[in-house]
Write a protein that binds this ligand. Sequence first.
Ligand code: NAD
Length: 249
Amino acid sequence: MNTLQNKVAIVTGGASGIGRATARLFAAEGAAVVIADLADAGEVVREIEADGGRAVAVAADVSSETDCERIVRTAVETFGGLHVLFNNAGIIRRKTALDISVDEWDLVMAVNVRSVYLMCRFAVPAMTEGGSIVNTGSGWGLKGGGNALSYCASKAAVVNMTRALAIDHAAAGIRVNSVNPGDTMTPMLRDEARQLAEDWAAFEKDAADRPMGRAGSPEEIAAAVLFLAGDASSFVTGSALVVDGGGLA
Ligand code: NAD
């Protein structure tokens, strides 16, 4: 287990769901991991340390310029460099143009889109030996979805920013790709059900209608992120990897 031996990685939104599973997998593969989240990531750090890995938690808001600078500085000062950045923190508002407020629209854009730009602004210069950046898009960044206008706009932006970043930073030896999950069993999905006042059973039925007949697990998304983060994907950049059990197909 040494895909990321001697590498330093940042995972945003690493206190929960996909980010948490990825932080644990990165650490198991040898990376020292900085876990940045609004929520307390102390428990994930303790789990990683109990397994013999290295991690540190940073309480931070990825929509804040000063917080993003501090996240990257923590990686460099604590672990001596930076090689992998997983821009994964995100939020969803299940609303249409008719009911989303301007403040909510701006919040979704700030957390999902501005964060990717800000984290890259500070991370790229810190990746002095080259590196890999993985951004979490969504199936809804590649096709439309109902009742989630701001989210769909934000994730389409993430997918295309990924391509633009890949072009801009290829010469510096930095690859940039997006991972695009379908429905994945995380607290976010439960929150969506709550926002829509829908029965959880309706979500499970939706997933059952897809080709593979189920939603994904955070660990299944993390495995794809690890592929993009490590040398196994050394000729892959600017791509949008779909991990959705065939949903988009
Ligand atoms: P989650 O809610 O379990 O985890 C998201 C984490 O991001 C939380 O720990 C939260 O505290 C953190 N976060 C939110 N705003 C933040 C901010 N401003 N600064 C720092 N941290 C912040 O959700 P998840 O399902 O693991 O989602 C992870 C990513 O995957 C998101 O970008 C989401 O849009 C994307 N995604 C999820 C699904 C799904 O079905 N779960 C599908 C497609 C894409």
